[in-house]
Design a protein around this ligand. Structure first.
Ligand code: 4AD
Ligand code: MG
Length: 460
């Protein structure tokens, strides 16, 4: 068919040339001998105005089209009479489909909540077109950032037997018939009879397999779907989200903290270079001051504090928190937001958390109380990255696994990495949707993933 995208038109401005142009109608204004039709095809934030004379045979039917209808014009690009860069003059209407009367996106001002109910139609809106073009750009930025720095992309498994984060928030994968579950002598379900011959789940992380690859290829990263059955109905939790997990051999916590800060800055710069129209749109309509806020982050190093220092700052602030910030307990969202939005007014790297609230694999500090963990917190979102230096000592790792009553046979292979040429290594996970939220200023995580999965919600 050879339909030209509106994005290409804005790049080339081919005044005087004719071509096929397709799009969805945003508005159709009929006047005496012609109509003004504004279309968008999703390739760019910008719309195209097309002038359609009444001389075409199908004109009378076409002008009944309302918002949401589709059209393909044969059209010539001409200098604009109005304030646009250029416009198109139709030579003919090659195809159109009038949307049914109950098209859900009639007028502006539809709420985000309503748009979630029509998640199959919302890619047509200015807001969601912009979100998903930025999401694409950040995907490309991610691969470019890591690949340019010598990291190899690894596809880690989605089905697993391991609860690597130890939080027990896993979705079961099973082919057993729930009405006829096989039982063993102890009256428990006999998972040996299940598809994999053991209990199996969707992965909460690809980190452990990432470590195996880092201890062979040196520097790797994953970029994959991640599943958590935590019952969190918040604006920053999904049951299915995408995570990027770099893992680096011959590296310590400071190395990956710097890597995380550089990666976030790189994504911001990449979005600015490739999605200027979208960011301008967010700055104007979604989050005023977004561009200043992002620009500010680019020139400064991220503040780095220990968890213990964070607790002191929170305890000495005059702020009333719902939950008190006590040493030994995880930081709540309200604590993270106070540090980033009020106290430091920028991203913060918090390191050396209490070991009892963290996963088994983290490197133990000499104090016996903390581990070499880090979270990167950003304004408006909170935790965007969680990472750590990994325990490379076989004995310390086994001791910790015993303390935590872990199923050792599942992790024998993981312990092997500490038996055959162990090395200091570290990595982190970045929640991709949280990064998209941060860079677009969108305030609910359900609005930065195409089709959100959250507790009691599995539409589309
Ligand atoms: O802090 P988390 O749980 O860390 C890990 O999974 C490690 N294995 C990462 C590593 O060291 N390789 O998760 C990492 C990030 C969080 O900082 C957050 O941004 C995101 O994943 N995340 C979620 N995003 C959306 N919905 C959820 N339910 C999320 N849980 C974590
Ligand atoms: Mg975390």
């Amino acid at each position: 068919m050879n339909v030209v995208s509106i994005k290409d038109l804005y790049e080339k401005k081919p005044i005087g040339e004719s071509m096929l142009i397709g799009g969805w109608i945003k508005s159709l204004r009929k006047s005496k001998a012609f109509s003004f039709v504004v279309i968008n095809d999703g390739s760019t934030q910008k719309d195209l105005q097309v002038i359609v004379d009444d001389k075409f045979d199908n004109y009378e039917d076409f002008v009944k089209c309302t918002t949401g209808s589709s059209v393909i014009f044969d059209a010539k690009i001409v200098e604009s009479q109005g304030k646009q860069d250029f416009e198109a003059q139709a030579n003919g209407i090659d195809f159109f489909h009038a949307a049914a009367d109950d098209y859900p996106l009639q007028k502006k001002g539809t709420s985000m909540e309503f748009l979630r109910e029509v998640a199959h139609i919302r890619p047509r809106t200015n807001t969601f077109g912009a979100v998903f073009r930025v999401r694409h750009a950040l995907t490309m930025a991610t691969h470019k950032f890591f690949s340019d720095r010598g990291y190899f992309n690894v596809h880690t498994p989605i089905i697993t037997a391991m609860d690597a984060e130890g939080a027990g928030e896993m979705f079961r994968v099973s082919t057993l018939d729930p009405k006829k579950l096989p039982m063993n002598d102890k009256g428990e379900v006999d998972w040996n009879k299940d598809y994999f011959g053991k209990e199996s789940f969707l992965a909460v992380t690809g980190q452990l397999e990432g470590e195996a690859f880092a201890c062979g290829l040196g520097k790797v990263y994953t970029f994959g779907p991640t599943f958590r059955s935590e019952n969190s109905n918040t604006a920053r939790h999904l049951s299915e989200f995408w995570m990027i997990e770099p893992e680096v051999a011959f590296a310590d916590l400071d190395d990956v903290a710097d890597l995380g800060a550089d990666y976030i800055k790189y994504m911001i710069q990449y979005a600015m270079d490739n999605c200027a129209d979208e960011l301008a749109f967010f700055n104007k309509f979604i989050s005023k001051g977004l561009l200043d806020k992002l620009n500010n982050v680019l020139d400064k190093p991220f503040t780095k504090i220990t968890y213990t220092e964070a607790i002191d700052i929170l305890a000495n602030s005059n702020k009333k928190f719902e939950y008190k910030a006590d040493w030994g307990r995880d930081l709540q969202t309200e604590h993270e937001r106070f540090l980033t939005d009020e106290h430091f007014q920028g991203p913060v790297i918090v390191t050396d958390y209490p070991r009892d609230i963290k996963a088994f694999y983290m490197k133990q500090n000499d104090d016996g109380k903390t581990v070499r963990a880090m979270d990167i917190l950003v304004p408006g979102v909170g935790e965007i990255i969680g990472g750590s230096q990994r325990e490379e000592s076989y004995d310390k790792l086994v001791a910790r696994m015993n303390e935590m009553n872990m199923h050792q046979d599942l992790y024998k292979w993981y312990l092997d990495l500490r038996r055959f040429g162990t090395v200091p290594h570290a990595g982190f996970g970045l929640g991709f949707e949280r990064a998209v939220m941060y860079i677009t200023g969108m305030s609910n995580i359900r609005d930065v993933i195409p089709f959100a999965r959250t507790p009691k919600n599995l539409e589309f």
